[in-house]
Design a protein around this ligand. Sequence first.
Ligand SMILES: [Zn+2]
Length: 134
Amino acid sequence: MTVETFPITRTDAEWQRLLTPEQYRVMRGHGTEVPGSCALLHEKRRGVFHCAGCDTPLFASNDKFESGTGWPSFNEPEPGAVETSVDRSHFMVRTEVHCAHCGSHLGHVFDDGPPPSGLRYCINGVALVFHPQE
Ligand SMILES: [Zn+2]
């Protein structure tokens, strides 16, 4: 991976303090949570999903859909909220998704999603914090 700089940078020790061990494993170690393990999968309220690393709004609840994969899935991110990179791990070529502000790993994006975007952002629920709309 190339080393990028992000608007928000923290040291590894800061990340370990800020995040739970599971969040740290997923977001800073490019891990994947166990499918169906996150309560946000079933979050049906209106609101916005923020980055657990820097609180940037990433995905709106009306872009969320039930993909059946066990991970929260979204049609589209908020404009400019996420960036992607090519992930060649696990003998696959996938498109990795990370927060544009702090660089934390969020999940992957696939091109088999529903219209209008045709995209499926498959995101680890632990990387997200849900802010319900008032
Ligand atoms: Zn972030």
